[in-house]
Design a protein around this ligand. Structure first.
Ligand code: PAF
Length: 280
């Protein structure tokens, strides 16, 4: 694996690969890699000649300074994991390299940007869009891979690519879970042992919830799910939502019974966790 910290050098190396007819699969990350990331990478490696991974904790997508400061940074362990999936290029730039001057771009994702994570984390998706666009311009991948745990992020990036007519394919990847059901996330490592033991309840409740779709309306199911979650004192709920899977707008009826997802975001101690499950 070759590691680059400068845009210029990485561009040159990848330009050479493309000239030799190689296809590039790209997995952008903020590091603290886990099995969920590795599965994305294995798929990218299988579907492309070259695997490029970026590790960059993007300061402008954090709307909470403590979250940014506490975000796990594990470069040595990450490099070993990347070797294990035969990553070809690691791009690990500094903040100065990525932002020599502040990027003031303001994206408007319309309806999609104003719900759920968009409403609870102001500025977050703008920061994600700025960095992802930059990373796509630097790596010029044929395909880029994103996990469905961050379902709304994936939808935002699909819209970004469409809006800017960027010539690449976005490949979604299903949520990867621990054996007890907890959705894998770099933030899980910040949970205390006690919190970690409670966390699988989120997915347990989501699984129970979707079994009730034939007897409850969307509003009743939202309320049922919120009630179940708040019975665990340690959970502090940001939202429970049932939305269609394109613009992520709340649904009021099970019309067509297709393309609907149940979303949850909550704090467990100081850690914010999100999860989702497809209803139809
Ligand atoms: O999902 C993440 O890890 C980040 O939001 C991403 C896509 C790497 C952009 O910083």
């Amino acid at each position: 694996m070759l590691t680059y910290t400068t845009i210029k050098e990485l561009r040159k190396a990848l330009h050479h690969e493309r000239e030799n007819g190689k296809t590039i699969g790209f997995v952008p990350t903020m590091g603290a890699l886990h099995e969920g990331h590795l599965e994305l990478m294995k798929r990218a490696k299988k579907e492309n000649n070259i695997l490029v991974v970026s590790i960059f904790v993007n300061p402008i997508q954090f709307n909470n300074k403590e979250d940014l400061d506490k975000y796990p940074r594990e470069m040595e362990a990450d490099s070993r994991l990347l070797e294990s999936v035969f990553c070809d290029y690691l791009f690990a730039p500094t903040v100065e390299e990525m932002y020599p001057a502040p990027d003031k771009t303001n994206y408007d994702f319309g309806l999609l940007g104003n719900v759920m994570e968009g409403a609870f984390r102001p500025g977050h998706f703008n920061g994600v869009a700025i960095v992802v666009k930059k990373l796509f311009e630097i790596t010029e991948p044929h395909r880029a891979y994103f996990g469905e745990k961050d379902f709304q992020q994936l939808a935002i990036i699909q819209q970004l690519v469409k809006m800017l007519q960027m010539p690449l394919e976005i490949v979604p990847y299903p949520i990867v879970r621990e054996s007890d059901g907890l959705a894998m996330s770099s933030r899980n490592m910040r949970l205390t042992a006690e919190e970690r033991a409670i966390a699988p309840k989120i997915y347990e409740i989501l699984q129970k919830a979707i079994k009730l779709k034939n007897v409850l309306s969307p509003e009743e199911l939202r309320r049922w799910t919120s009630d179940q979650l708040t019975q665990t004192e340690a959970f502090r709920l940001d939202y429970v939502e049932i939305a269609e899977d394109q613009y992520l707008q709340p649904v009021e009826h099970w019309n067509n019974a297709s393309g609907m997802v149940l979303f949850v975001a909550l704090f467990l101690g100081k850690v914010r966790l999100i999860d989702n499950i497809r209803i139809f």
